[in-house]
Design a protein around this ligand. Sequence first.
Ligand code: NAP
Length: 240
Amino acid sequence: MKTVMIIGASSGIGKACALKFAELGFRCILTARRIELLEEIRSKYLPDALIRKMDLCRQEEAISIFKELCKDAGSIDIVLISSGTGHVNKDLDWQLEKDTIDLNVSGFTAIADAAANYFIERQAGHLAAISSVAALKGHGDSPAYGASKSYQSIYLQSLRHKFLMLKLPVCVTEIQPGFVDTAMAKGPGLFWVASPEKAAAQIVHAIVKKKKHIYVSRRWKLVAWILKILPESIYFKISS
Ligand SMILES: NC(=O)c1ccc[n+]([C@@H]2O[C@H](COP(=O)([O-])OP(=O)(O)OC[C@H]3O[C@@H](n4cnc5c(N)ncnc54)[C@H](OP(=O)(O)O)[C@@H]3O)[C@@H](O)[C@H]2O)c1
């Protein structure tokens, strides 16, 4: 039986992915800060799941919890990082930007590296993480969110390069959702909003197929393509 660890599994996309992986016969290890929600998931749906409280903004503690879980689990085949946050921050409030950077940059790096080192030691494995289409262009209402997702995208690419240089069969999957109907999808102007279940089905399928990258839902590939070629002046006009 294969084992997947999902970081940020208490709600939204991470929770939906846990249920989907379990449906496919995976053993699940679930982490997040809201342990009561993980307990509810375990009691309602996944009696065999191993759950642990983990706060990625306490990086040293998160790394040691990760190592303990690796020992307790015996072996882990896939680590999926879903934890993330973001704020509409029109006033450039430092606390809101810091909150995003602490989790999406520092916390993400701590756990991605812990997983990468674990897979290097095992000489195999699969790291997947949820970035965002927001990584492709900056937005004046949420600078830290887009910049942090861009950081995650390049970091994942760097780890993929590292595994290639080490000649190790470790996969890296980058997931770039558009809008998914969760607590994170805030504000007006949302479109092509996928349900967490639909997003999870596409994400888990891509991971099982060992794809390097996917947009979720798939039609966001079109938006991504437009964002990449659009001159900044036109992008600013339509996104203001
Ligand atoms: N929804 C969208 O439209 C959308 C679009 C593009 C990308 N994404 C990305 O998808 C990922 C999942 O978000 P979601 O939409 O599923 O929203 P969500 O329901 O709010 O899920 C966020 C997850 O992150 C965890 N988390 C928050 N702070 C944490 C911390 N300090 N340490 C560890 N875990 C923490 C939360 O668990 P606890 O609070 O229990 O710790 C929760 O499980 C995020 O990375 C987000 O940026 C979402």
